[in-house]
Design a protein around this ligand. Sequence first.
Ligand SMILES: Nc1nc2c(c(=O)[nH]1)N[C@H]1C(S)=C(S)[C@@H](COP(=O)(O)O)O[C@H]1N2
Ligand SMILES: [Mo]
Length: 412
Amino acid sequence: MASRDLLHHGMTRRRLLGNAAAGGLALLSPPASAQTTVDLPAPGGPFRLPITTAFPQKGAMILQRTRPPWLETPFEVFDKGVMTPNDQFYVSWHWASFPTDINVDKFNLRVRGHVNNQLTLTLKQVLHEFPQVELAAVNQCSGNSRLFFQPAVAGCQWANGAMGNAVWTGIRLKDVLDRAGVKAGALQVRFSGLDDPLVPGGAKFMKSLDVDHARDGEVMIAYAMNGESFPVVNGFPIRLVVPGWFSVYWLKMLNDIEVLDQPDTNWFTTTGYHIPDTPRASVTPGQADVKTVPITRMVPRSFITNIRSGDSLPSGAPTLARGIAFGGDRGVARVDLSIDQGKSWQPTQLGKDEGKYSFRQWQTQITLPSRGQHVLMVRCTNTDGLAQPDVPIWNPGGYNSNTIESTRVTAS
Ligand SMILES: Nc1nc2c(c(=O)[nH]1)N[C@H]1C(S)=C(S)[C@@H](COP(=O)(O)O)O[C@H]1N2
Ligand SMILES: [Mo]
């Protein structure tokens, strides 16, 4: 069963490894001059950014920043299917120090700390000594859609393309922890990778999960996405996959797993990626003395992918509207669409269920009743009954966006 899925994609686990080794990984070259630009629909007017094709193993991406690479997926990609192609999957790093040339024969994954047996696993062992698992899941940056925060907040000005969905292939973190033998009294499991801080005193990027979460059998050490090894910038050769949780936990180029018997005190756990401990993590700008908590689970979202704001549609005739939705840390129960700015809603038909953590396609026919301006809205409700709200969110980090999307069209 295990490697059959990869065989469908024309490769075995061994070849997957072999390809990467034999292919030789191109060094990251500085992006050549941009071929075209994109105008992201910022609240204050278009935010123009270059499109780049200069990153190895990546196709056309919106260049938010070069070092470290912050590459956004052009939104039209999401209309093509529920799996985001590897070469247009978004990219985000905290430090530009990650290696671009990885020797797969020398790569090791260490498991240490509060365990009975410290492990040093070769990549071959990771690929061959544990049962293989596969799962479709959305990887979304906590700051996806930060561009739309008003007032604007610091950080990468992502529009809606700091997310993607893939079938992840790998092994269970649980199986690796079981081999190491987690000792009684373990509290958390901390993950870090091959990237190091670039400035003196900078915090190394690390994240932790509670030990029960780490052993839930779903958290995965993945070595492939959509049936192929990872592009370097997406975490080659292995990364953590934490289904339903924001991508900050999906540690790339994972080479160190440390079982802790004390709470993790690193900056990215105690301070970074914290959100207000308020409903929906929203506060009033300037609000003081707000208790914060780490961002964790994702919340439902949905998007129209075949109609953009500013488009013209016919009036009085049916038009197909379609898009994608995800339930956050649950499946999608329903997606509803409004053609009257949220006064009334109609159900949509859901596409194939690829698993509760995956994007799900939806579609429906809409008929705009009259000429003139119309606002289309789309709303996902997850299987826990949680629906997207229609009030804007605000917090200083620009995190946890999931307001109902509005698409302004003209019927003629
Ligand atoms: N090693 C490492 N892993 C990391 C990060 C990082 O800076 N270093 N950034 C995290 C964050 S905040 C995001 S949004 C995702 C981005 O994953 P992607 O580049 O594959 O889309 O990687 C996560 N894993
Ligand atoms: Mo992120």
